[in-house]
Design a protein around this ligand. Structure first.
Ligand code: NAD
Length: 415
């Protein structure tokens, strides 16, 4: 990730919103600093018996709204800069969606695909022992992110329980259901994006049936977004992953979306010869003649080089930071509506909050309850953002940052 650029961009979004909101200078200064930036040497034994040490990080941006919250990613490109940028973003995402958490993020600089299962567990448990004094259900609550999953969260919760002497499932979210995970967490980000889009269309007095959609990325977020968009009446005309994509101008059917999910799980590929439709290159999905594009893969994919080719009128940002600021400016000038990442993909952290809440109260909600609460939460956030967008005549991105800052300032003034 080009972190410096990404970090600068989100700091600029924050500074613009702070100026428009007349945010107190002391709060602006505070939000430009980090409460804690932790770097660890994480050592573990490899299967050949030798020892390996990698860099692990946890950044706690601030806890004005509540315990720090944000995922842990395992990726070769993880760096302190990247983790800081993402923890900063989490502060605003948590505030927009209205969960009582501050911003945090963490990770390890490693390609986990190069490890076997036992090495992955040893490394994670070693990391958990380093993290243990700094995390806790009311202190800092990590979750899965890129290349981490429910199994990894279970190891962390287990190691934390051993160290503190009592099990505390609420120390992490995104756990397996049988260990206190929430129903619906897997689908949450994709479904949440669909709920946000539906709420926006209500304001525009438009029906999903009239919209064609192209989705970039067919992982957790892209697959669940595709499924729920289709089920809610949108025509999903194109889907791509890192190797290629499929374009069916009249829309991919429910059963074909299901077949694609199964095919991808079986083969790791999206490219499915059994299907009708036109094969396209991964980037082509963004410039097809569709009404809505859904970047759900990587950051910086909509940039100066391709922005003029974009024909959609709405962009639902499911990935974090998919639009560069240069592209954003051009899109806004062209009247394209961008539903920003801190709103569009906040469904994941909303259900993480539900999981934490269920653990703290010893409750168990059904999938139906979770989706109904998620829908309400996404609709409320969209309504609050849209109101600012209308009243202050600002973009949805500016409105989302302004809303987040209002909420943070209100709590900060009470402290
Ligand atoms: P994932 O690893 O499950 O899937 C990523 C997908 O993107 C894969 O299908 C991959 O093939 C595809 N991809 C990679 N490069 C591509 C390219 N050049 N063109 C087209 N497709 C490409 O990841 P995910 O969990 O689905 O996350 C996707 C994005 O959503 C990330 O930006 C992540 O930070 C963001 N996000 C995820 C969550 C969550 O709950 N999973 C929450 C908030 C934000």
């Amino acid at each position: 990730m080009k972190t410096e650029n990404f970090f600068k961009r989100i700091q600029n979004d924050f500074k613009k919103a702070a100026a428009k909101n007349n945010t107190a200078a002391a709060l602006v200064a505070k939000l430009l600093t980090f409460d804690r930036s932790l770097a660890f040497d994480v050592s573990f034994q490899k299967k050949n018996g030798s020892s390996r040490t990698v860099k692990g990080y946890r950044v706690q941006h601030n806890n004005i709204l509540g315990p720090y919250k944000g995922g842990l990613r395992y990726h070769a490109d993880v760096s302190m800069d990247e983790i800081k940028a993402l923890s900063f973003l989490m502060t605003f995402k948590n505030a927009v969606i209205g969960v009582p958490f501050g911003g945090g993020k963490g990770g390890i600089a490693i390609d986990p695909k190069a490890l076997d299962e036992r090495e992955l567990e040893e490394m994670t448990r070693s990391f958990a022992r380093q993290l243990a004094p700094h995390i806790g259900p009311e202190k800092d609550v990590p979750a899965p992110d890129m290349n981490t999953n429910s199994k990894i969260m279970a190891w962390i919760a287990d190691e934390y329980g051993k160290i503190t002497g009592r099990p505390a499932p609420a120390v992490v979210t995104g756990k397996p259901i049988e260990l206190g995970g929430s129903e619906g967490r897997l689908e949450a980000t994709g479904y949440g994006g669909t709920y946000a889009l539906l709420a926006i269309l209500k304001f525009l007095k438009k029906k999903p049936e009239n919209f064609t959609v192209a989705i970039q990325g067919f992982g957790n977020v892209g697959q669940h977004a595709g499924k729920s968009l289709r089920q809610n009446g949108f025509k999903v005309a194109a889907i791509s992953d890192s190797k290629g994509g499929i374009y069916v101008p009249d829309g991919i059917s429910d059963s074909d979306i299901k077949a694609l999910v199964e095919y991808k799980a079986e083969t790791g590929n999206l490219f499915n010869k059994r299907m009708m439709g036109q094969m396209i290159a991964p980037e082509e999905v963004l410039t097809l003649p569709v009404d809505i594009i859904v970047p759900a893969a990587l950051e910086n994919v909509i940039h100066k080089g391709n922005v003029r080719g974009i024909r959609a009128g709405i962009i639902l940002e499911m990935a974090n930071g998919p639009t560069t600021s240069e592209a954003d400016k051009i899109l806004v000038e062209n009247g394209v509506m961008i539903i920003p990442d801190i709103l569009a993909n906040a469904g994941g952290v909303a259900v993480s909050y539900f999981e934490w809440f269920q653990n703290m109260r010893n409750e168990r909600w059904t999938k139906k309850e979770v989706f109904s609460k998620l829908k309400k939460k996404m609709e409320q956030a969209v309504n609050d953002v849209y109101k600012i967008h209308r009243e202050k005549k600002v973009t949805l991105r500016e409105a989302a940052y302004m809303l987040a800052l209002e909420r943070i300032q209100a709590k900060w003034l009470k402290k």
